[in-house]
Write a protein that binds this ligand. Structure first.
Ligand code: ADP
Ligand code: MG
Length: 726
């Protein structure tokens, strides 16, 4: 019997021995390690001079401007704390437009001039860094001769210690900008959009009579889906190693159709890995709370308790990094791609989103008093209007090559953006529209207008897994985000479009009520009714996966941008530019640079996949097929020489498939051989319209071969092996 990478992998998996020593919780229970590697409020309070702590706290908890003079004192305290925790280096951590996390490490070492060295870290080094930025995408914002990019300390996201057996690193979350102050990263616009949202929400709250709304921010709780498979399989599959998804693979005899996986018992090795992931995240102050098996075999989910959206975004990046890192220790590979296995559920990242603050609470909480109802209904109406009016921007925020394989497949929301509100809340809006809700009974403006409404129950209805954007009790859940994506992009869009909508609602309310509290109830009711009338088309409580909905959505005029390349141009449409510029979130130049970077990224992703598809077809699948074809042919000729009639069904089938595969390979080679000329978007369209279909054709014949070629010859670990041997 021949041995190949597949056989070696299977043997290695079967012989797996745990690599990590068991964790011991008796001395340090989970709650005790929580935040132990974070330069958090209590550490700051303990270590900073009182006035410095107060100033910093104001910035962090109330969104006030940072007084730069405090930086030196903070730097000293941070350095001492970090060195006590074994840190040798500090790193400005930033989030370039690749969607990944980047770090530039510098040691604390400074020569003392006498042949020795000191550990130094100044306020200036804390506040600003200057990584050599020329290797990060800038989309034309930064010419190569002016490679300078700056990282700027984000005070509102706490610094932390990253452990390594050979020394720890002090990590400082930063924004990454060009020397002209333009955003080169994902964090800067998140911060800007949160500011815009806070400003508009504060205005509306004041108009509604809340005199001191305090600090308002958006909140995010991202649920992360992922696959864990054995590392030996992962390395025996170049497609998984290089592209994160399998480019080949026949469906397994058993998939997810037994529905025995979701919330099923978690395999022991996987659970051990999860426990360590959680332990590491607790140290970093990431409040992960929930874990479970997902629908597909070997698919899981991890979800945190929600936080301030900016901090949640940084923490989400840490979740992805930690999952990958810890998985290695358990001989596993964590797959974050949106669709690692065709025909089996892909992975998403459900972004739970709301807005509120310490003094006003969650603004999407229906509450159970009429005045809270009015506030809630206005904010909820703002979201409905925003999602309807700017659904193309939400679509573009989740557009990238990986997510194209998932959106609109069987398990994920379609590319049509709609809202699930639930029957109860839909009825409430409908009754307001029909004017069935009577005017105020009491004269006090607090109990106005909507006081005939029943208190809104929290758990008011069914869940809908097929909606891309669902109201779930006191928050919205944006379910179409891809599992590998940063949540920054979707947050920027959500915050900005809702800010614009709240601005609209405030302006209309002001006009109609002329600021008179007595007229507020009536004005609010009319406004909610008219917003509902204009934007209810986006609300759909039915089955988002059905063909019927696609037709219905078209009738309603809802855009259906089926793939990344259809969606990306929306980023630079006139309306989008006007919106982002009006609220100081992204300038025209910044939007165009993003459009360029994301389009180019799409081309690179598909290009890499197509080259790998070719090499796997030519170097491993065809050779295996020829070998098997040879075996079948010699069997047939041996039988013929023995004077017996041979059944050539298998030989004929292999021969036909080999011919089809060879033809497919030629077509793909031809499609790849395409010079990038003219507009970038046209190049991207070529990848979408020529290269991807050619890859699909190659795969079709290769997968058919997998199902007939002898087990001992087939070179690639199969879906069955990767998903079920663990
Ligand atoms: P599910 O049943 O979908 O798991 P949960 O209520 O457990 O629903 O919440 C899922 C996610 O939503 C969690 O990460 C949770 O912290 C988050 N979440 C809850 N409330 C909010 C909120 N106000 N803003 C943002 N995210 C929230
Ligand atoms: Mg959920």
């Amino acid at each position: 019997m021949t041995t190949n990478a597949r056989h070696a992998a299977i043997a290695a998996v079967t012989n797996y021995k745990p690599l990590s020593p068991a964790l011991d919780y008796s001395q340090t229970p989970s709650h005790a390690v929580f935040g132990s590697n974070v330069f958090n409020m209590s550490v700051m309070q303990e270590r900073l001079p009182k006035t410095v702590f107060k100033a910093l706290k104001k910035t962090i908890e109330q969104g006030e401007k940072l007084d730069a003079s405090v930086a030196d004192a903070v730097a000293v305290a941070m350095r001492d704390w970090a060195i006590e925790k074994g840190a040798t280096h500090y790193a400005h951590v930033f989030y370039p437009l690749t969607g990944l996390t980047a770090e530039k490490h510098d040691s604390f070492i400074e020569p003392d001039g006498k042949g020795g060295a000191l550990a130094e870290f100044s306020g200036k080094q804390l506040i600003q860094g200057e990584p050599d930025a020329s290797s990060f995408p800038s989309g034309g914002i930064r010419a190569t001769f002016e490679a300078r990019g700056y990282t700027a300390w984000d005070v509102t996201s706490p610094a932390y210690i990253l452990e390594n057996p050979n020394g720890t690193t002090l990590c400082i979350p930063t924004a990454f900008v060009s020397w002209t102050g333009e955003a080169l990263d994902k964090k800067t616009p998140v911060l800007r959009s949160m500011q815009a949202l806070a400003k508009q929400a504060t205005k509306l709250l004041k108009l509604l009579g809340t005199t001191t709304p305090g600090y308002i921010y958006s909140t995010a709780g991202p649920e992360q889906e992922y696959f864990l498979i054995d590392r030996n399989f992962y390395f025996a599959r170049p497609d998984l190693t290089i592209c994160g998804r399998s480019l080949f693979g026949a469906p397994p005899p058993k998939g997810q159709e037994f529905e025995d996986q979701y919330f099923g018992v978690i395999p022991e090795r996987v659970l051990a890995c999860m426990l360590e992931v959680e332990r590491e995240l607790y140290k970093l102050g990431v409040p992960v709370k929930t874990r479970h098996n997902e629908v597909a075999p070997s698919q899981y989910e991890i979800a945190p308790i929600y936080e301030n959206a900016n901090v949640a975004t940084d923490h989400q990046q840490l979740v992805m990094i930690t999952l990958r890192k810890v998985a290695e220790k358990y001989g596993l590979a964590c797959l974050l791609h949106e669709k690692p296995f065709a025909g089996i559920n892909g992975s998403g990242k459900h972004l739970n989103w709301s807005l509120g603050g310490p003094s006003v609470g969650n603004l999407l909480e229906p509450g159970d008093t009429p005045h809270e109802n009015m506030q809630f209904l206005l904010f909820c109406a703002a979201v409905i209007r925003a999602v309807h009016k700017y659904s193309k921007l939400l679509r573009v925020a989740i557009a990238h090559a990986g997510n194209d394989h998932r959106l609109g497949a069987n398990e994920a929301p379609p590319a049509i953006v709609s809202i699930f509100l639930g029957d109860m809340l839909t009825e409430v809006f409908e009754s307001i529209e029909k004017g069935k809700v009577k005017g105020p009974k009491s004269k006090s403006f607090m109990s106005v207008g909507v006081d005939t409404l029943p208190p809104l129950p929290k758990d008011y209805g069914d869940r809908n897994r097929t909606s891309p954007f669902a109201f779930t009790g006191n928050k919205f859940e944006f379910r179409a985000v891809g599992s590998s994506q940063s949540i920054a992009g979707p947050l920027v869009v959500l915050n900005t479009i809702v800010a614009e909508s709240i601005d609209f609602i405030t302006t209309e309310l002001e006009k109609a009520s002329k600021g008179d509290p007595k007229k507020m109830a009536d004005a609010a009711q009319k406004l909610i009714a008219s917003v509902w009338t204009s934007h209810k088309a986006v609300v759909f409580n039915g089955d988002g996966y059905s063909e019927k909905w696609h037709k219905e959505a078209e009738k309603r005029g809802l855009p259906n941008l089926r793939n990344t390349i259809d969606a990306l141009p929306m980023l630079v449409e006139k309306d989008a530019v006007a919106l982002f510029e009006k609220y100081d979130v992204l300038s025209k130049r910044e939007l165009h640079s993003r459009f360029d970077i994301y389009t180019e990224r799409y081309c690179k992703d598909v290009n890499t996949e197509s080259l790998l598809c070719l090499s796997m077809a030519k170097q491993s699948i065809l050779p295996a097929a020829y070998r098997y074809q040879g075996e079948l042919a010699s069997t047939a000729s041996a039988m013929a020489s023995a004077g017996r009639k041979a059944d050539t069904t298998s030989l004929d089938a292999v021969t036909d498939l080999v011919a089809a595969l060879e033809k497919g390979v030629k077509t793909l080679e031809h499609a790849i051989d395409h010079k990038a000329s003219g507009e970038l978007i046209d190049h991207a369209k070529h990848f979408r319209d020529e290269v991807i279909p050619a890859m699909i054709e190659v795969r079709k014949n290769a997968d058919a071969l997998e199902q007939i070629i002898a087990e001992d010859i087939w070179p690639l670990p199969s879906y069955r092996e990767m998903l079920f041997i663990r």
